[in-house]
Each structure stands twice: as C-alpha cells, then as structure tokens.
Design a protein around this ligand. Structure first.
Ligand code: FAD
Length: 568
C-alpha cells in the first residue's frame, strides 16, 4: 500500500473528526477516509467528562441570546459574534441528533434531558451522560460511522505532512505504525481535526497524544495560526497527576477551599463563586497559593482543595462516579469523606488554525474543525462544555462543506511524486543521526519552561526567557538520537517527531503572548494587568517563516454586543 485516493480525507478521529466523517459519508457518492494516529476510540475526546452546552429548555427560561451572551462575555469579547450566534443555534440540533443515534443522556425525573450548571453559564445548560459525556458521545458517533460502507479507516497512521500545490490541497503523507510503510493518502478535500497540544506543558489534563501535530503541520504548510497565545488553565487538575476533576464537580455544588478551610471565591467572583469562568478561578487559586493559603505539594505543585463531602454519597455516586474512582485509584482519597487536592492545569487551546465561519482555511480544499481550529468561538477564554459542542457543530459543517467541494472537483490536484520520497527521508532521517539528544529530555525541558513562564500569570521578562530557551531547544532538535530502529510501533521516533511539533507551537504561543501587551481572558500579563480594547481587540495571526513566526492582526467581528467590563 503506497497510495490511496479518496474524495474527503478526515485527519483525526475525535469528536470533530467522527462527526465530520459521518456528515461527509451521508452522501453515498462520497469516498471518505478517516486517519488517526491512535486506534479511533483512543482519541482524547473520550476523556471529556462534564457536559456539552446547549439551549434545550427555552420554555423554562434559557435562550439562544443568553447562551450567546455568556459565551461572548466568557471570551472577554475576543470571539466573532456571528460565529457565536450560529453556534448557539446549531448545538441543540446536534444534541437531539445524538439522542436519535442512541446516546444515553442523563435524564430528569420528568424524562427530559438533564442539564447541569457549568462555569460562566447563567443557566443550567450542560447536557451530560454522568461524568463520562465524551465517552458516550464518541461511542455513539463510532457506532453510527460503522453504518457507512463508504468510509475507509486508517487507524494508527501518523500523518507527517500536508501536501499543497498552487494553494490547493492534494494529499497527506503518513507513516503506518502497524506495518512500517510510508504512504500517500490523496484527496480532493481535507478536514483537519487533530485536537490540541497541551502536552507542551508538564502539568496538564491532556492525553499523551495531544502534541499538536496537525497545528504544526498546517503552520509549516503555510496556513495561518490564530490566537494561539490564549491557553486555558483548568482550575481543578488533580495533584500530582494532572488528571481532570471535572468542572461538573463544582457545577454540582463542590466548594474550593484554601488551607484555612475557607471558600475563597467570594473575593474574586462574588456572584458566581465556584462556577465563575476558568480564567478567573485559576488566577484566584494561584493568588491564594502565592499568598500562603495553599498546601505544599510535590515538585512545586502546591494546591488547594475541592470539597465534595457536603454533596453526599448518593449524588457523588450518581453524578460524579468517575471523579470518585479517579480520586480513589490515583490518590487513595474517597471524596465522600475527604477533600481532593487540585491546582490549575493546562487544558485547552482557544487558538488554532485560522478558519472562516464555515471552518474553511485560506487554502483551497482544506477545512479545520474542533480544538485544532480557531473559528473564533472561544475568544480569549472558553466556557466549559462549549468545546464538545463546537466539535459537533463544526464537525457537521465542515463534513458537509468538504463533501460538496469534493463533488464539484473531478480530480485531486496533481503534485510532484518526489514529495513522498522527500518526506519519508525527513521522517526517518533520525535513524542516521549521530547526535546525543533525547526527545524525552527536550520535551521535559520545554514543559518546564512553559509551566514556569507561560502559565496562568505571565510577564514580559519571563516570556523573553521562555522564547530564548525554546530557541535553544529548537537548535538541539536535529541532534535527537533514536535508539529503536524499527519502522513498526516505534514510539521513540514518534516522540522525536512530536517534540518538534510542540517546539514550533510553543514558539508561536510565546511570540504572540510577548507581543500582546494587555491582559485579556486567559492571557494575564502582570506587567500589563488591564484589557486594552483600543489596541488589542484584534485576532493574532502567526505565519510560518524559517526564522520563526511572523505576526499580523485582523479585526474581531462584533455584531451584537460592544465590549464592557467583565465582572462576575
Ligand atoms: C480530561 C478532559 C475533559 C474534558 N471535558 C470536557 C467537557 O466536559 N466538555 C467539553 O465541552 N469539553 C471538554 N474537554 C475538551 C474537549 O474534550 C476537547 O477539546 C475535544 O474533545 C477535542 O476534540 P477533537 O475532535 O478536536 O480532538 P481529539 O479528540 O483530541 O482528537 C484528535 C485526533 O487527531 C488524531 N491525530 C492527532 N495527530 C495526528 C497525526 N499526526 N496523525 C494522525 N492522526 C492524528 C488523534 O489520533 C485523534 O484521533 C475536555 C478535555 C479533557 C482533556
């Protein structure tokens, strides 16, 4: 197997990829491929816990306008409001569609779909399946995908590059991890749905696979990357593993306590308390810790407590069974009787590949959806439960658009045959490296600098130091030595390729963060503590150059609400 031709190639099999593949495959004429570096159901989306935001009860007081306002305010006004409007109107349709496809949503006693509170939402809006929402969504989409005979699967295939000729997509190159072959997958249209890149941080809620490959490939192929300096820190990463204690734990009524046993959110967001947006709670926690009201933790991971005891055993077992299991297995703590140690953990990239409202990138035949994309829904800070919702909505939109595009174009554009050989040589060049560097050590060094200088609070001098360190790590990349020389399941080589991607993306984040001399949403500069709408109500675009990212800026679309002070 060296070459395969399809109409639509979907890169990634998380929520966004699966939803896109199903939509493209609903046209029986369309030949769809779905490629994933892991077995399809191992994508990070299965880890989503707390819920998916949607307006389901307009007769009981929720509305599209309210969901849109919460999202815009949560985003600190950096989102595009036309995008937000489309989003809130589309999600309920996706919730019902999944219901028809068989998802076991948690229910109220009157039989309606249950919804729980989530941070920054002013209505109980998160639809959920206990605290395993992502798993239920993935399983339902997977089962549905299996009904389509016009879908080919490439599981455990690591895509290494996107081939573009004359501004049009022509194919991707992939290393089949099971057979060792290096293959070309050609297509007329591509949907990039490769998820996030939080593994550049050491303390993170994300799976080991979240290494930003698709983002980095797109960047190197000439696609602009938008707003990457906005990284979300989730307030409740379990110490020391980083495993997520879902926001639903606070949505269901959990308290955050400092070392005096006091609820401290009153000082920072008196009206919302523990269900304020994540950026605000993360800053509150770090402030408590820095002012001496935290608990000492291992390796500098000082923490505060999340306390669920007052919820009682029944509620914990019914609504948060996985949280209880995780706390017991990993920390030997039973949350029915004891509080859980947590601190902010790197959790989500608000930025991503620049797309328009349809998920289309500036390159002909290429769309992006899900966490890898920046359709400009989340702005400077995402609200919890809006991401799985985004994956469903823009999975559908991009699947539909890409299939339409492919139907209009007879052939995928021609490209130079030599490119496959060149890329294969690049991927396997490490086998002949004489260097002594270890990919794992470089990753660790990158994580240390990102954790210490590019976290919840940032400063100009810290960011400059980070940029210098990243540049130094980047220069050492060609000297990575790979000891395993096999072409099948070579995780050593995989780690080397992934760390290259992380380093490129870290450079974009820090360059953007250094340039943005204001504080907005999750980007909080101690040396520029205020939001500055006169100069910075703009999206950052980063363009690839061999010397490092070149930045420029584009306006934010404001259709409904002018920016006002953000208070909770
Ligand atoms: C622990 C946790 C809990 C969360 N809980 C919630 C929640 O309750 N509600 C909510 O809205 N959001 C939640 N989120 C966020 C949300 O789950 C994610 O943003 C979303 O699921 C991302 O989906 P995705 O389809 O974009 O990517 P992913 O699910 O990350 O999938 C990425 C896919 O790309 C593939 N891929 C990547 N690189 C390559 C490559 N080089 N070659 C081939 N394939 C590749 C992977 O194999 C994978 O299939 C949570 C996140 C985490 C980590």
């Amino acid at each position: 197997m060296t070459g395969r031709k399809h109409d639509v190639v979907v890169l990634g099999s998380g929520l966004a990829g699966l939803r896109a593949a199903i939509e493209a495959a609903r046209n029986p004429e369309s030949d769809v491929a779905i490629v994933s570096k892991v077995q399809l159901m191992r994508s990070h989306s299965v880890c989503a816990e707390g819920g998916t935001a949607a307006v389901m009860q307009p007769d009981e007081g929720d509305s599209f306008e309210l969901h849109a306002w919460d999202t815009v305010r949560g985003a600190d006004f950096l989102c595009d409001q036309d995008v937000v409007k489309r989003f809130v109107e589309e999600v309920p349709k996706e919730i019902l569609l999944l219901e028809h496809w068989g998802i076991p949503w948690s229910r109220r006693s009157d039989g309606r779909i249950a919804q729980r509170p989530f941070g920054g939402h002013s209505y109980n809006r998160a639809v959920f399946a206990a605290d395993k929402t992502g798993f239920a969504e993935m399983q339902t989409l997977y089962d549905t995908l299996l009904k389509y005979a016009n879908v080919s699967r490439y599981d455990e295939c690591y895509v290494s590059s996107i081939l573009i000729e004359d501004n049009s997509f022509c194919g991707v190159t992939a290393w089949n991890l099971t057979s060792g072959e290096f293959i070309l997958i050609q297509g007329k249209a591509l949907i990039i749905a490769t998820g996030g890149a939080c593994r550049m941080f050491g303390f993170t809620t994300y799976s080991l696979t979240a290494t930003g490959d698709g983002l980095a490939m797109a960047y190197r192929a000439g696609l602009p990357i938008k707003d990457l300096e906005f990284v979300q820190f989730h307030p409740t990463g379990l110490v020391p593993s980083g495993i997520l204690i879902t926001e639903a734990a606070r949505g269901e009524g959990g308290y955050l306590l400092n070392n005096e046993g006091k609820r401290f959110m009153e000082k920072y967001a008196p009206s919302k308390m523990e269900v304020a947006p994540r950026d605000i709670i993360s800053r509150a926690e770090i402030t408590e810790i820095e002012e001496g009201r935290g608990f000492p933790g291992p390796e500098g991971l000082d923490y505060i407590h999340i306390d669920l005891r007052h919820l009682g055993a029944d509620k914990i077992n019914e609504r948060l069974p996985m949280i209880r299991e995780v706390a017991m297995r990993f920390n030997f703590i039973d949350p029915i009787y004891e509080p859980i140690p947590v601190r902010p953990a790197a959790h989500y990239f608000m930025g991503g590949i620049h797309t328009d409202i349809n998920g289309a990138t500036p390159m002909q035949g290429i769309w992006a959806a899900g966490e890898v994309a920046c359709v400009s829904l989340h702005g400077a800070n995402r609200l919890g439960s809006n991401s799985t919702a985004e994956c469903l909505v823009w999975g559908k939109i991009t699947g539909e658009e890409a299939a339409k595009y492919a139907a209009k174009h007879k052939e995928s554009p021609p490209f130079k045959e030599t490119r496959l050989k060149e890329e294969e040589a690049r991927v396997f060049t490490r086998f002949s490296s004489k260097g002594k560097e270890s990919a794992y050590r470089l990753r660790k060094e990158l994580q240390r600098i990102m954790d210490s200088q590019v976290g919840v609070f940032r400063t100009g001098s810290g960011l400059k130091e980070a940029l210098d360190r990243i540049q130094e790590i980047r220069q050492r990349l060609p000297d990575i030595k790979v000891t395993d020389r096999s072409r099948t399941y070579n995780t050593d080589l995989l780690a080397a390729l992934e760390v290259e991607n992380l380093v490129d993306l870290a450079q974009i984040i820090v360059t953007g963060a250094l340039a943005r001399t204001e504080s907005r949403g999750a980007h909080s500069r101690r040396d520029f503590p205020n939001r500055n709408d006169d100069d910075w109500l703009v999206h950052t675009l980063a363009h690839y150059t061999p010397e490092g990212p070149r930045l420029d800026y584009i306006p934010v679309t404001i259709t409904m609400w002018q920016p006002v002070e953000r208070k909770y």
